[in-house]
Design a protein around this ligand. Sequence first.
Ligand code: FRU
Length: 735
Amino acid sequence: MKETRKYIGVALAAACCACFAEDVTIENFESGTYGGWTAEGDAFGEAPSTGPIFGQQDTSGYEGRFFANSYFQGDDTTGAITSKEFEIQKDFINFLLGGGARDDVGIELVIDGQAVRKSRPIFSEEKLRFMSWDVKDLKGKTAKIRIFDSARGGWGHILADQIEMSDVYKSEIMPDYKAKFTADKKYILLPVDDSLGDIPFFVDVDGERVTEAQAIRLARGDKIDYYVPINIEKYKGREVAIRFDAHKGYKNLDKISTSDTFEINHDEKFRPSYHFTPFHGWMNDPNGMVWHDGEYHLFYQHNPYGSQWQNMSWGHAVSKDLVTWERLDPKICPDGLGMIFSGSAVVDKNNTAGFGKDAIVAIYTYAGGPQGQMQAIAHSTDKGRCFEKYEGNPVLADRTKGDFRDPKVMWYEPESKWVMSLATGQTISFYESKDLKSWNKLSEFGDGIGAHGGVWECPDLFSLKTSDGKTKWVLFVSINPGGPNGGSATQYFIGSFDGKTFKADKLRYPLWVDYGRDNYAGVTWSGAPGGRRLFIGWMNNWDYAGGTPTLHFKSATTLPRELSLDDGGRLLKSAPIKELERLRAGKMETEGGQNFVKLKDASGGAYEIVAVVRPGSADEFSLSLSNGNGESLDFVFDVKNKTLVADRTQSGRTDFAHNFPSVMKAPLDKSTSYEIRLFIDRGSSELFVNGGRTVMTNLVYPETPYDSIKFEGADGGPKVEALEIYKIAPAAIAK
Ligand code: FRU
């Protein structure tokens, strides 16, 4: 139906006798050209499209053959097309629109150079849908249509067609739909379907918007995966609305409701029991780790509105011993400058920033906002319970850099100044500051050294002493992809730092903190007591993190580890912190001998294996964990080739991502005896060999816990000198 003038609605016609409504087409692009339109930039190409452009998903919903499409040469081209002038003759202007649900693409009605109406695609999809403007008040005026695409990157394009004046409001969209409540309960619960795309929503209180747009995979089809809460306690008695653009076909809008409780099945099958996990929602990098007044703070990249990456804010938890955690409310939340990406926190002992002595100052990245990635600060003077963002934010910006993030700040005593390490593409840049507010660039490290298979992220620069008392500086750089066994991993450099420049010692880089697939973006605590260098990582991998088989939450942190240098400062060791031994809840009952044991009760899949193995003259030996379903996690200690191989191809559920079932390799010492500690926690395995000289962290999802543990090798088998299996009590994690 693309004729210039068309008669609509037989039913309507029947109902109201002869009153046929006649649409007037402004543009339908059926000439196959943008003739009559003026173009800026190159986003819309030479001519309208007849279907998807190379690399674009399938397009549908347009009428006739042609439609306007700004995907010309992909998402990164920008520009606009503007129509000739026309007179507004009808009550409504309808148009078909598709593409990115972003504010930097859209369609405008322009009168006297002013945009008097503006819309953007409602859903990020290539399907074009009717949207409408009510223009009754503009009838008789002369106007133009402008379709613009100022967007680069994901969904940075727009599709448009069939722009017409009509007596009928054809939109199927209910713009600004409001699910309204009087705030007399604690939460508004929103249903989520993780298989759908995100839609933006706002929270309005008494008709005023109180949040930036947040994204949610609102359940609007046939299934609901779970609910997420919005805490509305502070608006008690007022009218609170969840506002979003809805579609007439949406289901489940009546399921948005208020409640005094938010309950989930916390004990889902693959939720680790003694690792930190968020109560609900997505988690990635640990952030802002700082020790202050008896508490270890752990912040983390968090989506409070779903189990997929989105809406980055800093979730928060505190612990006195790093093994039992108290979960607190999310702390630093997105605002007009963007989402809150990774960063660090320090205690400002000398009140250099003027927020107060011993204030906790968080230094974080704004991302995804109008000005791109930049660094900002926020402070707390109440033990990290509330943070106030600095009014002078951002404190460090550089519009020339796309990747400019993850500030890790430390106090550099010799010059009484702060030093920031920042990920800048495939280098780490160092900055200095006296007050945490104004920053000068010192140097840049990374060209031509280490692994460069992906973007550099989450740096950390700190000093450690060698066993003979020398100070060495260690630089952590996470990289994704490009890890030794695929996807995300953290490399390290050892060298010197003179307050300005980091110089790496001549070692055989890349060196990796952990050779498993699932330890990423980890950094160390600032100010840990006793001079300890304590580390925690995100126990996942960008290769498949979104697909891992947990529902209400995604991801755990690794076990906390204490770092030290070995081999005279040439090797970094990470050992599980000694506090973890407190979680041991007795030895497990086993059947069998030293080389093969069966657990009488696999303790819900939460235990620690401690063994000492002497390979004797054998070239290799293996350690296998298995269950009655034929699932196993296997390690081969290839002593001859100084390699440790881990195999999780048969470890249990692996089919959620093509690159999950993998075989991983790590360097192994040639040694007469191997001290092995292997932590199993339902969905995870962490192997530490010889005090953390070789470390492998790998997720595994066995259908039932592994309950058989077997050492095998040639020459009559390895000599297992000690084998103890400790039950690990669930760490108390308060909601
Ligand atoms: C690393 C990372 C960081 C970024 C954050 C966003 O995993 O990509 O560079 O700040 O995640 O969530």
